[in-house]
Design a protein around this ligand. Structure first.
Ligand code: ARG
Length: 459
């Protein structure tokens, strides 16, 4: 396919150079955004009298037809074209002759591509937001079902204090709610129209940039033409927000992987979301969770790519920036794929409450509550802490738990203990008493679920 920039050149581009230079293999996915951007531009050119209204109408009509033809499959995108912008303009000109050649008046591919990426990513963000919301909703439902399922909470992967499964997974809902607000924030800053920046220096034509912005549902127009064409902050911001989503999915995955092991057995994944081994007949592997954890690396890589591409290029547009699309599209596609696989895996997993409760019974996770009991009796916390530490050492020695240690042994270490200590260290009570905002008590988790669902309903 012929290049757009012929006049100055005596030769066609070498085949290898064309392959290297071309971006159509990855920017063709923006065909709809490219066409819609062109429709808005042509409409404005007509309205502003920069081209004849009749010609602008023809261009708009034909662009619409091209869009439909691509969608229906009647028109194939030519993979030999330099990029999607070249292809669409070439097709328009092939269909309309001279009139088609007027479309690119007062426009450069530099502002055109900056526009197309914004339109494309804006749409992708909305899709990702929906998927994040679905996952939050599933987590809330799972939490609702498991508000009284006691499990050990961990620090250093050592059993620490009693919580519930609901409380634990609502931590992920909290992270994902922040992800939603980061996505919304990225979308807000992205939603500014760069068209009219031209190649870098704007244009002498009396453009109505605001009209184009309005037609395309932007919140405003970029205010510096050099920045308009050379800004890819919005790609980087989105990649950063997507990276954090992957951090969260990856941590969640890691826990699912641990919980599926015989060492934990806190959850069982549905067969539809597990895989077997080709040699070991007993195996049921959490491949989906492992893949999500692994794919986080790709998204972090995409973020690094974008930062590195952008950091050293002089203003304004440089071809380096063509590298933005593969990176950000890969990040977008990876996150979408991961969420699509991850959410139903969580939805269908079985929570093995008894195993969690049994694990919670071991590991002295009520030791803090035992110390707090002594504090209630008037002992300073440091002394209570020490006395409880001695009790734990004694239990380990005698292979007992704090629940099964006889009262006499308690009294030997501190005479403030009485029969009530057994109530104080009861795990259900330890959880129920943690009424503090953000805590694991049923009431507190209820509030967390409510808050998360509230975010889903207002967003
Ligand atoms: N394919 C190019 C890109 O993605 C479009 C802009 C090309 N502009 C140019 N002056 N070569 O960045």
């Amino acid at each position: 396919m012929a290049q757009l920039w012929k006049g100055r050149f005596k030769k066609e581009l070498a085949k290898e150079t064309n392959d290297f230079n071309s971006s159509i293999s990855f920017d063709s996915r923006m065909f709809e955004e490219d066409i819609k951007g062109s429709i808005a531009h042509a409409t404005m050119l007509g309205a502003a009298g920069i081209i004849d209204k009749s010609e602008s109408d023809k261009i708009v009509d034909e662009l619409d037809k091209i869009l439909n033809d691509i969608k229906s499959g009647a028109l194939q995108i030519d993979m030999e074209a330099e990029d999607i912008h070249t292809f669409i303009e070439g097709e328009l000109t092939a269909r309309l002759g001279q009139t088609g050649k007027r479309l690119h008046t007062a426009r450069s591919r530099n502002d055109q591509v900056a526009l197309d990426i914004r339109l494309t990513l804006r749409k992708e963000i909305t899709e990702i937001e929906e998927k994040v919301k679905e996952l939050i909703a599933v987590i809330c439902d799972k939490a609702e079902e498991n508000k009284t399922a006691i499990m050990p909470g961990y620090t250093h992967l050592q059993r620490a204090q009693p919580i519930t499964f609901a409380h634990h997974i609502m931590a992920y809902a909290a992270m994902l709610c922040r992800d939603l607000s980061r996505l919304a924030d990225a979308k807000k800053r992205m939603n500014i129209c760069p068209l009219g920046s031209g190649a870098l220096a704007g244009t002498t034509y009396p453009l109505n940039r605001e009209m184009v912005a309005e037609l395309l549902d932007f919140d405003g127009v970029t205010l510096n033409s050099l920045d308009g064409v050379s800004d890819r902050d919005f790609c980087i911001e989105l990649a950063a927000a997507l990276s954090l989503i992957m951090v969260h999915l990856s941590r969640f995955s890691e826990e699912i992987i641990m919980w599926c092991s015989w060492e934990f057995k806190f959850v069982e994944l549905d067969d539809a979301f597990s895989t077997g081994s080709s040699i070991m007949p007993q195996k049921k592997n959490p491949d989906i969770a492992e893949l999500v954890r692994g794919k986080s690396g790709r998204v972090f890589g995409d973020l690094t790519t974008l930062l590195t591409v952008m950091k050293g290029i002089a203003l304004a547009y440089n071809k380096d920036m063509q590298e933005d699309k593969e990176a950000i599209f890969d990040a977008v596609d990876t996150v979408k794929m991961c969420l699509t696989a991850f959410t139903p895996m969580i939805e269908t997993m079985t929570v093995l409450k008894d195993n969690m409760r049994n694990a919670a019974a071991k590991g002295f996770i009520n030791a803090t509550d035992c110390a707090d009991y002594l504090v209630g009796k008037g002992l300073p916390f440091r002394d209570a802490y020490k006395a409880t530490g001695e009790l734990v050492a004694l239990c380990i020695d005698k292979n007992l738990t704090l629940e099964t240690l006889p009262l006499a042994e308690y009294k030997n270490i501190c005479d403030l203990f009485d029969e009530e200590v057994y109530t104080a260290i009861n795990l259900e009570k330890c959880v129920a008493d943690r009424l503090v905002v953000g805590g694991p008590s049923e009431q507190s988790v209820d509030n967390q679920i409510k808050a998360a669902r509230n975010i889903l309903s207002v967003n």
